[in-house]
Design a protein around this ligand. Structure first.
Ligand code: 4AD
Length: 509
């Protein structure tokens, strides 16, 4: 190889190396890890598809190349050429015996090292943090989730309709609208594509939209972004049980795809694969009134008390592990590999302990809120957490009180206190990932709801038209991509599940 990187050199992706054992290949990537041991250097290269150990032996390389590689810091970019050989101890089961290399951009002092970094620091350096293993694994899974979503709807007779981002009226409550100046006219960033999709469903039958969605939610919680991605299907001639079945098949297909395509990433993230394997139909189905009964029951108080004890025990065990590592560090004399292992484990332990402390602090508050839950309130984040913690399958909660929900939801004709809607709660405390409903298809009832909410009926004239011309029972739902990825990858905070998160109080880059 000549010493400048050639754009035309054919390179082999790391994730295809196992098919190239015995061949000489060229890799292009970045230094992930570098260890010099006398006349041999071990450089782990990452290329975006995986990690590969490359062995540089002084005697097998031009002297100048060997020396130039020696000084390379983490994230230096380079190309290497060498023989692929099987090496079970190496990541990916192969390694490359390097015969030539070209440094593209030597780097020193890359700010993100295996040592401890706080969330703030990592988020401020998100442009560089994306190269680290955890964001890489999470965003690979996000990629699969998005592809699985599109495949599901495309394979099941849905037509994709791209709904607008600029909208004139609220879909999900005026208090969470982002206003923009549209040539002097008030306009808003979309909260949902649903209202437009309903129009499209009357043309195509089964439709979906998929795009970024904006909510000016004054919620600094781990479940809220101001910009998130939502997929929304809408179906004409369906009923509530039909919608639940659709959502159940949809979620099952996403989980199955991630289990098939991303097992190594799930393992690396320490996600609960056994729990994901249990995600098969049927899911749990509860009405809101049943959920309210569960929340105020003695069983829930006992469950929360047991949880608290469990958290305390977990915390004590982690603190003991941390103390042991810190004592060993203080004593000194550790091998380099032990120091590196500790450097990775210490921040993990600190963050797990901090998480448990939050859970221990919140537990009594959650218990109090649950005990005082009254019929008529929307389920709050902590109520959803409790219901979802008590089940190892996703839980549908249906038939919420009318006043707690959006104006477009269809009133249940057999119980006008409630609407024909559902939320789907992911298990193990992750909470709501889908919200959906049947839509009010009666003109007069819908108009009355618009008035009740204090909305301007003129803004909804076209939407009301759909109830004038061939109105039919119809419904749909919206799934939040980041919340789904957070559940699948076991992330506490959804900011980790989008490349560049937008939070109420923080836009980092
Ligand atoms: O329950 P929501 O508000 O439903 C709708 O927008 C309906 N129009 C959907 C429909 O029926 N077509 O939101 C649906 C999902 C939630 O379950 C959640 O996963 C996600 O969107 N979501 C958020 N995700 C991140 N940050 C936020 N601020 C979110 N708000 C909703």
């Amino acid at each position: 190889m000549n010493s400048s990187a050639s754009q035309t050199t054919k390179t082999t992706p790391v994730n295809r190396l196992s098919e190239a054992i015995g061949q000489t290949v060229t890799l292009a990537g970045w230094v992930y890890h570098h260890r010099v041991s006398g006349k041999v250097q071990f450089v782990v290269i990452r290329d975006g598809t995986g990690l590969c150990q490359c062995v540089f032996e002084k005697t097998a390389l031009p002297e100048a190349v060997f020396e130039s590689v020696k000084r390379l810091g983490q994230e230096s970019s380079l190309m290497v050429t060498g023989l692929v050989r099987a090496e079970p101890r190496s990541p990916g089961g192969v390694e490359v015996a390097v015969s030539d290399a070209a440094v593209i951009c030597p780097t020193t002092d890359f700010p993100i090292t295996p040592k401890e970094h706080g969330v703030e620091f990592l988020m401020r350096n998100r442009h560089l943090h994306l190269r680290s293993r955890r964001p890489w694994c999470i965003l690979r899974i996000r990629h699969t989730v998005i592809d699985a979503i599109r495949c599901f709807f495309n394979d099941n007779g849905f037509t994709l309709i791209d709904t607008p981002i600029f909208t004139a009226a609220a879909g999900e409550g005026e208090q969470t609208l982002f206003a923009v100046d549209y040539f002097g006219q008030p306009m808003y960033l979309t909260q949902t594509g649903q209202l437009y999709l309903e129009a499209a469903a009357m043309s195509f039958g089964k439709v979906y939209c998929f795009g970024p969605t904006f909510r000016a939610e004054k919620s600094k919680t781990r479940r809220h972004l101001t910009e998130f991605w939502m997929v929304e299907p809408e179906v004409a001639f369906i009923d509530l049980p039909g919608l639940l079945d659709l959502a159940e098949h949809f979620i099952t297909s996403i989980v199955a795809r991630v289990l098939k395509d991303n097992r190594p990433e799930l393992e690396e993230l320490d996600a609960d694969i056994a729990a994901l394997e249990k995600i098969t139909p049927p899911f749990v189905r509860l009405t809101y009134s049943q959920a309210a009964e569960i929340l105020t029951s003695d069983r829930t108080q006992r469950f929360l008390a047991e949880q608290l004890e469990h958290f305390k025990m977990q915390k004590a065990a982690l603190e003991a592990e941390l103390a042991q590592i810190e004592a060993a560090e203080k004593k000194g004399g550790l091998k380099k590999w032990q120091q590196e292992k500790n450097a990775r484990r210490i921040p993990e332990l600190r963050s797990e302990i901090a998480e448990l402390e939050t859970k221990i602090e919140n537990n009594p508050k959650h218990a109090e809120l649950a005990a005082g839950f009254t019929w008529g309130k929307d389920l709050g984040g902590s109520d959803e957490t409790i219901i979802s913690l008590m089940h190892d399958k996703p839980v549908f909660v249906t038939h919420y009180p009318r006043q707690a929900k959006a104006f477009y939801m269809k009133t249940d004709r057999s119980d006008p206190r409630v609407v024909e809607n559902f939320d789907l709660l992911a298990p193990q405390g992750f909470g709501e990932i889908i919200g959906g409903s049947m839509r009010e298809d009666d003109y007069d009832r819908l108009l009355a709801r618009i008035h009740e909410e204090g909305y301007n009926p003129d803004h909804y004239a076209w939407y009301l038209d759909l109830r004038k011309y061939g109105s039919v029972p119809h419904g749909g739902f919206g799934l939040g991509v980041e919340r789904t990825v957070a559940w699948l990858t076991d992330q506490r905070h959804i900011r980790n599940c989008i490349a560049f998160p937008r939070l109420m109080d923080k836009v980092y880059l």
